[in-house]
Design a protein around this ligand. Structure first.
Ligand code: SF4
Length: 222
């Protein structure tokens, strides 16, 4: 078992957990390879922080933070995630999970044990394009399973998609929104434009924001 699952800690954020003051635990490792990924260090480098260190950090932040964001990388790959999440909740912190939607089994366990207060769920692509993000894996089907689990739970959650014009076109996005609505998702669907300001996993051409301008019913976050 990896005894240092966390790459780094952001000690304070007002932006990453809706209406809460939080810290972020950035997990090392991911089972996907999104071309636009800019968290390359979390993919390439091993973790440096133990769960004990992270929990001690939280003990020092009691009364100062409302919650913890588990992000990465992909936090659901951490084998000890359930007991880690239980330790966080026992300390009375709210818990948010950012996930690439590849791991409905772990999400189901986290929901079953009532460990989550908010989930940010990535909707990467339609089935026809899932191979761009991950090979030999039913990402689209797993996304739908995660969506269903969350729809049936009482947990607050939102769905988001990162846009790069070389990967998803307007037609894709319109179809993705339709799929969400057909599956009962009535809340806001968030789109974030790819921003080229860091090294990415693969070299990409310039992102063309303009082509998405006519899209309706979807919230652009940048
Ligand atoms: S952007 Fe993709 S490759 Fe990067 S951490 Fe997220 S899911 Fe993994």
């Amino acid at each position: 078992m990896n005894d240092k699952p966390i790459h780094s800690i952001t000690p304070f954020t007002m932006l990453d957990f809706p209406d809460k003051l939080a810290c972020i635990f950035w997990f090392s490792g991911c089972n996907m390879a999104c071309p636009y990924c800019y968290n390359v260090e979390f993919l390439k480098e091993k973790g440096k922080i133990t769960k004990e260190y992270a929990l001690n950090f939280l003990d020092s932040r009691k009364g100062l933070l409302d919650g913890v964001v588990l992000s990465g990388g992909e936090a659901t790959l951490y084998k000890d995630l359930i007991s880690f999440a239980q330790s966080i909740k026992q300390r009375n912190f709210l818990l948010k999970l950012d996930t690439n939607a590849s791991n409905p089994l772990v999400l189901e366990k986290l929901i079953y044990f009532d460990l989550l207060d908010y989930v940010s769920l990535d909707f990467k692509a339609l089935k026809a394009k899932e191979h761009i993000f991950i090979k030999n894996f039913n990402l689209f089907d797993n996304f739908l399973k995660c969506l269903k689990l969350l729809q049936e739970s009482k947990i607050s959650f939102s769905v988001r998609t990162t846009l790069h014009s070389d990967i998803l076109n307007v037609d894709d996005v319109v179809k993705m929104e339709k799929i969400l609505r057909e599956n009962g998702y009535e809340k806001e669907y968030f789109l974030q434009h790819f921003v080229f300001d860091k090294e990415t996993l693969k070299e990409l051409p310039k992102h063309d924001r303009e082509q998405y301008k006519g899209i309706k019913n979807i919230v652009f976050t940048n």
